[in-house]
Design a protein around this ligand. Structure first.
Ligand SMILES: [Zn+2]
Length: 76
């Protein structure tokens, strides 16, 4: 005979256990290169930089947007 629970788990106990089964919001930090918010410990999706160097090419269209965003930030 296999291991069997001695008692039925009550709805209250089941609910308390499932309190911790929830999704959390990703931690967003400002990118040190372009200052846009990016997920922590991830390559920046806006400028493609990670750890001070360009890791991925995000394309000319996005680079133009990045330059415009940086100009707008300097203007403030
Ligand atoms: Zn960036």
């Amino acid at each position: 005979m296999p291991a069997v629970p001695k008692k039925k788990t009550s709805h209250s106990k089941q609910g308390r256990r499932r309190t911790n089964l929830k999704l959390k919001l990703a931690t967003l930090v400002p990118c040190p290169h372009c200052h846009q918010l990016r997920p922590d410990h991830h390559v920046c999706p806006t400028c493609g930089y990670y750890n001070g160097r360009e890791v991925i090419d995000v394309g000319v269209k996005d680079r133009k947007r990045l330059e415009r965003d940086q100009r707008n930030q300097q203007g403030r």
